[in-house]
Design a protein around this ligand. Sequence first.
Ligand code: GLU
Length: 447
Amino acid sequence: MKTKDIMARLQAKYPGESEYLQAVQEVLESIEEVYNQHPEFERAKIVERMVEPDRIFTFRVTWVDDQGEVQTNTGYRIQFNSAIGPYKGGLRFHRAVTPSMLKFLGFEQTFKNALTTLPMGGAKGGSDFDPKGKTDAEIMRFCQAFMLELWQCIGPDQDIPAGDVGVGGREIGFLYGMYKKLAREYNTGVLTGKGSTWGGSILRPEATGFGALYFTQNLLHHAGKDIKGCKVAVSGFGNVAWGACIKALELGAKVVAISGPDGVCAMPEGITKEMIDYMLVMRASNRDRVEDMATRFPGQAFFTAGKKAWSVPCDIALPCAFQNELSEDDAKELKANGCWCCCEVSNMGCQPGAIHFFQHNGILFAPGKAVNAGGVATSGLEMTQNAEHISWSGKEVDEKLHFIMKSIHEQCVKFGTQPDGSVDYVKGANIAGFMKVAQAMLEQGTI
Ligand code: GLU
């Protein structure tokens, strides 16, 4: 297999699908050497099959807004790979959603899910619906209309959606309510991220952020460092950033920045518990503005319009918002300001130039598919609880999440340790995830 040849073919076939092509390129580059040591993979055309989704559902979603006007959006579900388990992955509601974005996310999800140690295939879905400025009633009507189309594509042993950007507990509630009405079954295993009184797992809302911090702890420990007293810059203020802030604070770090599409909020004395709680209010307001934090906490949070979290001096950078949110220039600014570690929490949050810069300038870096896998892993734990019709305590879930993040870190070290003893986490995560999926595909024949 030659990455160059496969990429040339995909570029010709899918021109303009830049996020998808970027995600495939990153994985292929890092697995090429190992892949070519396995002629059985080449014979079965594993890579050629793996880069194509199993199937894509596209549907129109029509709903009525509060003014009585008819609105039309496009919905998607991409079932990417089911070699090691049923399709599993979130739904993203964002105005910029395209098939390319969801293909990249579904592709990444396949490897991420393989790393979790749990039997889950990869999928992603969503819509170009923009939750910004929408009322709760509008969000409910949109979710109901979306599920009206989606419900026949999903099932607890078939495809299990969850949240992602723009889809949190509120949206999962509306989606599940409609699913239940259509299917006439109380089938909790069909969605994850549910409310804790109706089949949701304790700690699922926190899990992506908590897992990211557990991974960061493992990485720092391996490098002989400690998170206590470190200054942390976080981008975003949604569910993932919220969980990351809670755990960072708990572990003795100081969160000095959060950000939004409007700019950055610097907090020189560190974020407080009260401010973290306020992030939930900001998310529920659908305003999508981080400035609201500075308005609510004057003298503690200072807003600068148009700036990113990476402009605030820190030790550790945690991108928690959107793909490609951290550029090479941002990476340079971070280094110039003293940053020495970046754990990518968002999916593909760093641009290739930024990753390259980190790796060649002695900055510890780990990719999203390893760092943020605690979210989907806890979804996997929610599926297990649903299948057994039981619910575990927070302590039980947290112990399992700890174990999973430790094991993901171990897999990265196993496959990513370089001759000089350093760890290439990008390579480690990609090879570990790939080997598991590739082996399963091989054993299941040419399908
Ligand atoms: N959207 C999350 C992710 O990117 C969670 C997916 C899930 O829980 O299924 O992994």
